[in-house]
Design a protein around this ligand. Structure first.
Ligand code: ATP
Ligand code: MG
Length: 272
């Protein structure tokens, strides 16, 4: 077993050398054998040849489906999210992709699903961004890698809402901003986040405002389970903010997100 792992590490080392993928320090190197598969390495190589990526930095998060790294981009720091091909939860990915009219034609091999998922997260972030929702700006999606704006300062990521100390007034401001974002997502980006909670919201500590992340699973309102997903998002948010005395009725909130009362739209929902 040990021999096999040594061999695997050696082979990754050779590829990293051959493909001239730069790592900033030993720490970044240490994680590479268990998180970079062949596809990820090839894609990192493509990205560095295209000068999107200058050097890989340390790991920011090790998740079930993906790992997120800090890296040097052309001008700024960037975040590189690498989806796992071998150990991702494909069943749950399939559940979201099947039923989404945008992904009718993908072949259902593991690899294809992960690539489609990565593209889906890119497109979802782009649509959210264009609708005025604060999300990490997506730079590129290439196979199982999504490159996006790094959210943080001096190489340290902003904290998740879950781990941020906020007072009553800040809670109220963050809450109302989140409701505005859910509305914009639904009405303008045609999206439901579908995994919204204090674990997928970061807080920009300069102005204590929320940033919504992790949009791979976001679906359009045409998805057969869209309503269920939106209700769950609403309930997660209300549950978190209830401890700050914010008590909004979930049904009212649902109605206000789904029914657009904006004066700028006509009865068919088209923007004038
Ligand atoms: N653009 C970014 N800039 C800085 N940090 C980020 C960025 N995107 C994600 N992160 C950090 O990485 C973590 C994981 O990201 P994300 O939620 O997108 O992945 P995930 O696949 O859901 O991971 P998990 O399985 O742990 O939920 C986030 O909680 C956040 O701390
Ligand atoms: Mg997450």
């Amino acid at each position: 077993m040990k021999k096999k792992i040594d061999k695997k590490i050696r082979s990754i080392d050779e590829k990293v050398d051959r493909w001239r993928i730069k790592f900033k320090d030993d720490n970044a190197l240490k994680v590479k054998e268990d998180v970079f598969d062949e596809y990820a390495l090839k894609t990192l190589y493509t990205l560095s040849k295209r000068e999107i990526l200058q050097a890989m930095g340390g790991i920011i998060s090790r998740g079930k489906e993906a790992n997120v790294f800090l890296a040097d981009g052309k001008e700024n720091e960037i975040a590189v999210k690498i989806y796992r091909i071998t150990t991702s939860s494909f069943n749950s990915m399939e559940e979201y992709i099947i039923g989404d009219p945008r992904f009718k034609n993908i072949r259902h091999t593991k690899r294809e699903i992960v690539f489609a998922w990565t593209r889906k997260e890119y497109r979802n972030l782009k649509r959210a961004y264009e609708a005025g929702v604060r999300v990490p700006y997506p730079i590129i999606a290439e196979r199982n890698i999504l490159v996006m704006e790094f959210l943080g300062k001096d190489g340290i990521s902003y904290p998740l809402l879950k781990y941020t100390e906020i007072d009553q007034k800040q809670a109220e401001d963050i809450f109302s901003r989140l409701i505005e974002y859910m509305h914009k997502l639904y009405q303008e980006a045609n999206l439901i986040h579908a995994d919204l909670s204090e674990y997928n919201i970061m807080i920009d500590t300069d102005n204590m405002s929320p940033i919504i992340i992790d949009m791979g699973q976001a679906t359009t309102p045409e998805h057969p389970r869209a309503k269920e997903f939106l209700i769950r998002d609403i309930e997660n948010i209300l549950k978190f903010f209830r401890r700050y005395g914010i008590d909004t009725d979930p049904d009212d909130l649902y109605t206000s997100i789904v029914n657009d009362r904006s004066e700028n739209k006509n009865s068919t929902g088209e923007i004038k």
